[in-house]
Design a protein around this ligand. Structure first.
Ligand code: FES
Length: 162
């Protein structure tokens, strides 16, 4: 009912854009990276835009709360089961929705690491390849919907910049 951290981040350090092959819902997740007192890279700020069902919005909101303040390594360990559990559980038929949130976070981290020429863990590279394939499938199958949502998100990004 009250999603947290909704919106876009101007000058985000990493952006994850994902689509759900089961239903065609799409999500954007933005991260801003900072450092903690130990000098480790941490997720300083995080926001999302989800065009999907209530479970997708709830899991998106929850992952932003779970990931905020975590190091990159810790954030990559957040699982869809952990997200669902933090929400008090999800109906089995809605579990696929929680994948959108964890995938978007992985993609935003992948985007940040590659943009900054930082080493990408092997597991994350594999996940990126899977997510990329699924996104292509969603874009082809739900082309008009994805384009419409993408244009709305870009418009909001432009508005933030002005
Ligand atoms: S039905 Fe599409 S993400 Fe939930």
């Amino acid at each position: 009912m009250n999603p947290k951290n909704v919106g876009v981040i101007k000058d985000a350090d990493g952006v994850g854009e994902v689509g759900n092959i089961a239903c065609g819902d799409v999500m954007w997740l933005y991260i801003k990276i900072g450092e903690n007192e130990k000098g480790e890279k941490v997720i300083k700020d995080i926001k999302f835009k989800t065009f999907g069902c209530v479970a997708a919005i709830a899991t998106s909101s929850k992952i932003t709360e779970l990931a905020k303040g975590k190091t990159i390594e810790e954030a990559l360990k957040i699982t869809k089961d952990e997200v669902a559990k933090s929400l008090g559980g999800l109906p089995p038929v809605k579990m696929h929705c929680s994948l959108l949130a964890t995938d978007a976070l992985k993609e935003a981290i992948y985007d940040y690491l590659t943009k900054n020429n930082l080493p990408v863990p092997e597991e994350l590279k594999k996940e990126h390849e899977r997510i990329k394939k699924e996104k292509k499938f969603v874009e082809e199958r739900f082309k008009d919907f994805v384009e419409e949502q993408r244009e709305m998100t870009r418009a909001e990004e432009r508005e933030k910049e002005s």
